[in-house]
Design a binder for this molecule. Structure first.
Ligand code: ZN
Length: 559
């Protein structure tokens, strides 16, 4: 179905509460496993209906932020959905106490119930007001960051519009644009500090009311993590320090020499080549024509997928007045359609839309009829494997987009994937400290950040007060809005790099394992999915060493 033809109907609160209550009664009344399965199907149909309408309201309100109808719908959903949680939790409790649980588990596997158990722990009606407060603070951070109006180069720019200047080949431009960004952020320091104080406090309060020792454990549960623990993550971080940081330091030294600076600062960090980072050729229409050809060449499944996406107008990528910033992939399960939203800016980011976001959409499309809905997609680290690996499977086709710059693109992509790991891991370690010690002062947090930078990114010089004071983390939205999300990218990147390394030796085998991984949807935990695809676990002792060695050899040979 075309995006514009998808019918929208508000999820009315009273009516939905009534439906959820009836479904709870139907679960309790089931006399046989067959009855229980029928009831579960009805529960799932309701989940499909609600999540489709929520997603549609979100997509339509971001497509046109001046659309008053969808803005009002989104406000209504933000306010109503925490209240609805009380009834979905009661429904989940009915499923968990069902005498037919074992029979249902034989039908749909055990993970569905494991996730319901996790969900039960993360909510209670006693925290509804705190959750609303947390949402409000998170939205205020978003609005503050989006409100930036920075005078630069004769224009008034947002932070996103300013960012291409930070990669300019001219160091004076990089320096002055980064200075403008840092100064604007410094001017918001007080509000950024107090917003974070309030967020840490409300999260600690929610964790306390729910009976968790700290927000760390609740944060893990909110990510629905099963199959690995905070101790596994801590060990992964240690391996990043010993295996990846030295390689990243070597890459960064090479970058400094290439672009002709004696010491890398924050305003040199993103420039990989002295004549500028590679840019895609052609118009957006050309990029889509290349994307279509690429997915047709890659496999029959991706060919079918890209034709479906294009025929149904499921991309919205051109920047328009009134359109929200950023990019995402979202799914409308009732219409069995994914949807990709982006803002093309003429840099290699545009290609990521067709590789990364399309990797997410491809997995959604492959699993479009999945039952139950909650097993359609894995947890976030599992989903990021879909997208980050697709970026690497697209490598042989980069000549279409970058012409003579394709090798530079591949070099930049691989080097950035490796140097991202220390940064992403550091964000995770920072958050563990913060939520284990919710009483830290703003000054203590900044000091902690500087200590971590010295360990994870020792090559980086801190210029300007914003960076020198250890405030870089305040510009990282996930730290405010999505606690503990960041390590998911690092775990996924490790698996994606393993797919890349295998693809260097045997592209056919790498693709068939990726298809096996993707076709399982969210039917297994992240670690089990990786195992089922015969890929090395990122928590294994050698996973990082192996990808680091293969990547270092490739980068050395291509420089
Ligand atoms: Zn992603």
């Amino acid at each position: 179905m075309k995006f514009n033809d998808m019918p929208y109907q508000r999820i009315a609160y009273d009516e939905t509460v009534r439906t959820l209550t009836e479904l709870e009664a139907a679960i309790d009344a089931a006399k046989t496993p067959e009855d229980a399965l029928e009831a579960l199907k009805a529960v799932d149909a309701e989940a499909v209906r609600v999540s489709t309408m929520f997603a549609l309201a979100y997509a339509r309100s971001t497509r046109d932020t001046t659309d008053e109808f969808y803005a009002a719908e989104q406000d209504f959903i933000d306010e109503m959905s925490p209240r609805l949680s009380e009834y979905t939790q009661r429904l989940d409790a009915a499923l968990l106490r069902s005498p037919h649980r074992a029979a249902l588990e034989r039908e749909i596997g055990t993970l569905f119930f494991t996730q319901l158990e996790i969900d039960q722990r993360t909510f209670s009606p006693a925290v509804i007001e705190d959750l609303q407060e947390e949402n409000r603070l998170s939205t205020e951070y978003q609005k503050l960051m989006a409100s930036a109006q920075i005078e630069y180069d004769g224009q008034t720019l947002t932070l996103a519009q300013l960012s291409p200047y930070h990669r300019d080949p001219d160091r004076a431009v990089r320096r002055s644009s980064t200075r403008a960004r840092a100064d604007w952020l410094s001017a918001q320091s007080e509000r950024l500090d107090s917003l974070f104080d309030e967020l840490v406090a409300v999260r600690a309060r929610i964790a306390d009311k729910l009976g968790y020792p700290s927000f760390v454990e609740l944060g893990y549960d909110r990510m629905k993590r099963a199959g690995y623990t905070a101790a596994d993550v801590a060990q992964f971080r240690e391996r990043v320090k010993t295996r990846i940081v030295p390689l990243a330091a070597r890459l960064k030294a090479g970058q400094a020499a290439r672009i002709g600076v004696d010491r890398l600062t924050h305003y040199d960090d993103a420039l990989l080549f002295p004549d500028g980072n590679p840019k895609p050729n052609g118009t957006p229409e050309d990029i889509f024509a290349h994307g279509k050809a690429m997915y047709h060449a890659l496999s029959p499944e991706t060919a079918e997928f890209i034709d479906f996406m294009l025929e149904n107008e499921l991309f919205d990528v051109l920047t328009r007045k009134g359109k929200a910033g950023g990019g995402y992939c979202i799914d409308f399960p009732a219409y069995q359609c994914p949807f990709i939203f982006a803002n093309f800016n003429g840099t290699s980011d545009d290609i990521d839309v067709l590789t990364h976001e399309a990797g997410h959409a491809f997995a959604d499309y492959q699993n479009r009829g999945a039952f139950p809905l909650s097993l359609k997609t894995p947890t976030y680290e599992g989903c990021e494997v879909h997208s980050m690996s697709m970026e690497f499977f697209a490598w042989p086709h980069m000549d279409r987009f970058f012409g003579a710059g394709a090798d530079k693109y591949r070099f930049m992509h691989l080097a950035s994937a490796l140097t991202f790991l220390p940064y992403g891991t550091m964000v995770d370690e920072f958050q563990h400290h913060i939520y284990e010690n919710p009483g830290m002062t703003p000054q203590q947090r900044n000091t902690l950040w500087l200590e971590l930078e010295a360990r994870y990114r020792p090559w980086l010089d801190n210029d300007f007060p914003f960076y020198g004071e250890g405030r870089r983390w305040q510009a990282q939205p996930h730290i405010y809005e999505r606690p503990f999300y960041y390590i998911d990218y690092c775990l996924a990147q490790t698996v994606a790099l393993a797919f890349w390394a295998l693809g260097q030796k045997d592209p056919g085998e790498a693709w068939s394992r990726y298809m096996r991984y993707t076709s399982l949807g969210g039917s297994e935990t992240f670690t089990r999915l990786v195992e089922r695809a015969d890929m090395p676990s990122p928590f294994g002792p050698d996973a990082l060493r192996e990808v680091a060695e293969t990547a270092a050899a490739w980068l050395d040979a291509h420089m």
